[in-house]
Design a binder for this molecule. Structure first.
Ligand code: MRU
Length: 351
């Protein structure tokens, strides 16, 4: 994607350095963080300098390759095993992370060069998947549509393009008149900060709404469809996505509004039969209690926004059962639920 007339990917690797657009500074400051070893890349993932299912996957793949490059004799099994474990502990819900570490680890057992090649391949595939998801998804967006999205499943959440936002970009570039409601997505504000920044840069009309405004807008008939991303998808089509997704899905069904999930096939977890098999990350309570933004002098500031003395609970994701989902937009096409059951018809013909 283009930022200030230059094309960027969210995360990329040159030599043994991984370059990361620091999303904790966005939208106030645009800076690239050069991560020189796998531990620094792990830190960038766990502190969410790089975040979003696909971007986490690519960063994790690069971190695994960095570990092979760093390792004593390059392939010291204890060092590499420890590195893999550490990378996989950074964010437990994003399926793409585990998908990437496994692929790069398997390649690295053959040679260090192969590990780097595999990590680059994962990142390149991610770009093309977003592009294809955009192609299929744009067919669902008609002239004059108002789309609601939650969190950030745009190019920042992937290596490029994104998933939920890719169809929106493509519909806009085809000159369809569209409008996007952006859930602010407390506590970290990925919608208010990142999705809004992306849409603004692309000149797509939009408005940030409080997380609790979606139901009201849907009840008024002011939303034509909902598109969200996914962090992990179980075999029965249950979807783990950013906390707050479930409420949107239930409300959309109540008002007969199509609710689509956009995700590449690498987000499907065949080992998870249903959503209850997906582990949900619980993050630090400080993300709820404090907020970070800029003051009138454009200086980054952290302020307390909750009553002192109270604790907070901060689950990062929820599970939306398949029955609330109208379809899953993948890079191979749109998967529809089986009308005979709540299960999806995807399995082998699609995956
Ligand atoms: O905690 P995050 O910001 O890494 O959450 C992941 C997400 O961005 C969303 O849940 C998104 O919809 C998944 S696809 C990027």
């Amino acid at each position: 994607m283009r930022v200030k007339d230059k094309l960027y990917r969210t995360v990329w690797m040159e030599g043994s350095t991984v370059y990361i657009i620091d999303q904790n500074l966005l939208p106030f400051d645009f800076r690239i963080f050069p991560s020189v070893n796998y531990r620094q890349t792990c830190h960038a993932i766990s502190t969410m300098a790089v975040r979003g299912a696909g971007a986490i996957g690519a960063a994790a793949g690069f971190a695994m390759a960095q570990a092979f490059l760093e390792g004593k004799n390059n392939r010291d099994p204890a060092f590499i095993g420890q590195a893999k474990k550490r990378i996989e502990e950074t964010r437990p819900t994003a399926q793409n992370l585990f998908y990437a570490t496994k692929r790069v680890y398997d390649a690295g057992l053959l040679s260090v060069e192969k590990s780097v090649y595999e990590a680059q391949k994962i990142a390149d595939e991610n770009v093309e998947e977003g592009n294809q998801i955009g192609e299929y998804g744009k067919l669902l967006i008609h002239e004059g549509f108002v789309v609601l999205t939650h969190c950030n499943a745009g190019w920042l959440g992937f290596v490029d393009w994104g998933t939920a936002l890719a169809p929106i970009y493509k519909a806009h570039w085809e000159k369809k008149k569209i409008f996007v409601y952006v859930d602010e997505t407390r506590p970290r504000g990925q919608g208010a900060r990142l999705t809004a920044w992306e849409l603004h840069n692309e000149g797509i009309p939009h408005a940030i709404i409080p997380d609790n405004a979606g139901a009201y807008l849907m009840s008024l008939g002011k939303v034509d469809m909902v598109i969200v991303g996914a962090d992990r998808i179980a075999s029965n089509g249950d979807v783990a996505n950013k906390i707050g997704t479930l409420e949107k899905a239930i409300v959309a069904k109540e008002y007969g509004i199509p609710f689509y999930v956009a995700a590449p096939r690498s987000t499907f977890d065949r080992k998870a039969s249903t959503g209850s098999d997906i582990s949900i990350e619980v993050r630090d309570q400080d993300e709820v209690i404090f907020q970070t933004g800029v003051d009138e002098k454009n200086q980054m500031t952290k302020i307390r926004v909750c009553s002192p003395g109270s604790s907070a609970f901060n689950p990062a994701f929820d599970i939306t059962p398949a029955k609330y989902i109208s379809g899953i937009i993948t890079e191979k096409g749109i998967i529809k639920p089986d009308p005979e059951s709540i299960n999806y018809l995807f399995l082998d013909s699609y995956l």
